[in-house]
Design a protein around this ligand. Structure first.
Ligand code: PLP
Ligand code: TYF
Length: 397
């Protein structure tokens, strides 16, 4: 039987980290995986999260099972964060929300639900998108295609192409959209452009699946979440996956949520029952710690304020790092990479070619993706000069 198992290629992003770890050069820099690192080059434990964990440990609670859909206090808190505590759609009980194993788990539970309801539907993802979008929806049984998004000439979004591709999609097509901080390009739609997208999705009877993995890393928590309210206001059904991996620096706790917004409380009840079957037959119920930490931070006023300040600090530091990189490149005669400063979130689509990215890795021990994507959130004052020098060097060849 197992002779039939072929050797699968490594995940293009996580596989790079393995290569990085095996690299003996002390000056190496990992700009591959999307992880925010502090000035010391290490993964931060946020003070608000640490305090919440200390309080939880002090309680010495027994470790019972959670419900299939997760911790009620967590679901309540994140629904407030995503939709607004006073949102009418919540009061109307039109949202089905489950706790998930990170943003990835939310996408997979959502994909499984959709596949059960409409196995013939096509899924559209952005060109380019997070690598795992294609793999995950393909594995869930869907045919996956792409809509135009990035325009390399304009260093921005091909908005006309995007609209055209959405208008041409069959009704019932599932459209995966990055709510903010587009991975990998760093280019987001303006609010006016979102209005047009929301309208086209509605008119064409498409099924929006918003993926929000970086809330708070673009312009702010409320600003980055504004697109959610636009979808709610449009009255169409949609799915929303969220991740707290980055915004709470809780990568390994695997904490996220999936919400499905529907037209009636009855639909929400039926959909929730189906989501629970998907979860039950995969991993029964989710783990507790990440949910308890996020719920504690969001509901305690002091911890909440501290978390918002810390997240704001990460956001503004990334912006500074972008600018220092642009300045460092300019000082080395590279004048045409100023766009890095204006991109949003953790990533920069640098425009470097695959050959240049390989040269960065082999000659300079600077690891980024072959697509040219670099995680600017892993830069610090200690490695910025080297990275700028390395980019300038591969550009001059
Ligand atoms: N969606 C996007 C666009 C991402 O960049 C990520 C990154 O990790 C995820 C989903 C998955 O989030 P998580 O690590 O919480 O599973
Ligand atoms: O794009 C990234 O780097 C992050 C982290 O299979 C990640 O989203 C990368 C690959 C993967 C899971 C998470």
């Amino acid at each position: 039987l197992f002779d039939r198992a072929e050797l699968a290629p490594a995940d293009p992003i996580l596989g790079l980290t393995e290569a990085f770890n095996a690299d003996a050069r002390p000056e190496k820099v990992n700009l591959g995986v999307g992880v925010y690192l502090g000035e010391d080059g290490k993964l931060p434990l946020m003070a608000s999260v640490r305090e919440a964990e200390e309080r939880l440990v002090a309680q010495r609670k027994p470790k019972s099972y959670l419900g299939i859909d997760g911790m009620p206090a967590f679901r309540e808190a994140v629904r407030g964060l995503i939709f607004g505590t006073e949102a009418q759609v919540l009061a109307d009980a039109r949202v089905a929300t489950v706790q998930s194993l990170g943003g990835t788990g939310a996408l997979k539970v959502g994909a499984d639900l959709l596949h059960q309801l409409d196995p013939e539907a096509t899924v559209l993802i952005s060109d380019p998108s997070w690598e795992n979008h294609r793999a995950l929806f393909t594995r869930a049984g869907f045919k996956v295609e792409a809509y135009r998004y990035y325009d390399p000439e304009a260093k921005g979004i091909d908005f006309d192409g995007l609209l055209e591709d959405l208008r041409a999609a069959e009704p019932g097509t599932i459209v995966v959209l990055h709510a903010c901080c587009h991975n990998p390009t760093g280019y987001d739609l303006s609010l006016e452009q979102w209005d047009q997208i929301v309208a086209v999705l509605d008119e064409r009877g498409l099924v929006p699946f918003l993926d929000m993995a970086y809330q708070g890393f673009g312009f702010g928590i409320a600003e980055d979440g504004a697109v959610v309210a636009k979808f709610v206001a449009s009255g169409q059904d949609f799915l929303l996956s969220t991740s707290y991996s980055k915004s709470f620096s809780l990568y390994g706790e695997r904490i996220g949520s999936l919400s499905v917004v529907l037209g009636s409380a009855d639909s929400a009840k039926r959909v929730l029952s189906q989501l629970k079957i998907t979860i039950r037959t995969n991993y029964s119920n989710p783990p507790t710690l990440g949910a308890a930490l996020v719920a504690t931070v969001l509901t305690d006023p002091d911890l909440r304020a501290s978390w918002e300040t810390e997240l704001g600090g990460m956001r503004s530091r990334i912006k500074e790092l972008r600018q220092v990189l642009v300045d460092g490149l300019a000082a080395r005669g590279i004048q045409d990479m100023g766009f890095i400063a204006g991109q949003l979130g953790m990533f920069s689509y640098s425009g470097l070619t695959k050959d240049q990215m390989v040269a960065l890795r082999t000659e300079h021990a600077v690891y980024g993706l072959d697509s040219g994507r670099m995680c600017v959130a892993a830069l610090n004052t200690g490695n910025l000069d080297r990275v700028a020098g390395a980019i300038a060097s591969v550009r001059s060849k």
